[in-house]
Write a protein that binds this ligand. Structure first.
Ligand code: FES
Ligand code: FES
Length: 156
């Protein structure tokens, strides 16, 4: 076992696990943070999408030993501002996006990261930009996801 310290949703956490354990298991099984979902475990479905230092990543494919102490991990649990939903979450509610809901935390986290990157790099959230989101939704909510991202982006 080895000790790993990082920031999770604004709070410092320390866990004692082997370096090669992937972060998704640490989040879900050790820390009880279940927003990031397990789908494929091999960086394909994107159900586990969360943020590391503000950028989208997939914790199922990230060994905890690769994290540094200053790294900030944000999951869907850390997106809202207290009781106030993040604009992207509010857009999801307004557009009634979710069906079974399983893929949706990852979809929202991917959307927020894309909008932030668009702002930083100066591109707009058009259909071409939205094509970059590869998160799989088995319920087929893609059209509503796209509408929600455009609406959420306007309020971010
Ligand atoms: S569970 Fe992480 S990408 Fe599929
Ligand atoms: S809402 Fe069911 S998998 Fe996306």
């Amino acid at each position: 076992m080895s000790t790993h310290t990082f920031t999770l949703n604004g709070e410092k956490v320390t866990v004692d696990v082997e370096d090669d354990v992937r972060l998704l298991w640490v989040l879900r099984d050790v820390l009880g943070v279940t927003g990031p979902k397990y789908g494929c475990g091999i960086n394909v479905c994107k159900a586990c999408t969360s943020h590391v230092n503000g950028k989208a990543f997939n914790p199922c494919a990230t060994p905890i030993g690769t994290l540094e102490e200053g790294d900030e991990i944000t999951t869907i649990e850390g997106l809202a501002d207290g009781d106030t939903l993040h604009p992207m979450q509010q857009a999801w509610v307004d557009n009634d996006v979710a069906q079974c809901g399983y893929c949706q935390p990852g979809q929202i986290m991917a959307a927020v990261a894309l909008v932030r990157r668009a702002e930083a790099e100066g591109f707009s959230i058009d259909d071409e930009a939205l094509d970059e989101i590869r998160n799989i939704c088995r319920c087929g909510t893609y059209n509503r996801i796209r509408e929600a991202i455009k609406a959420g982006a306007d309020n971010m």
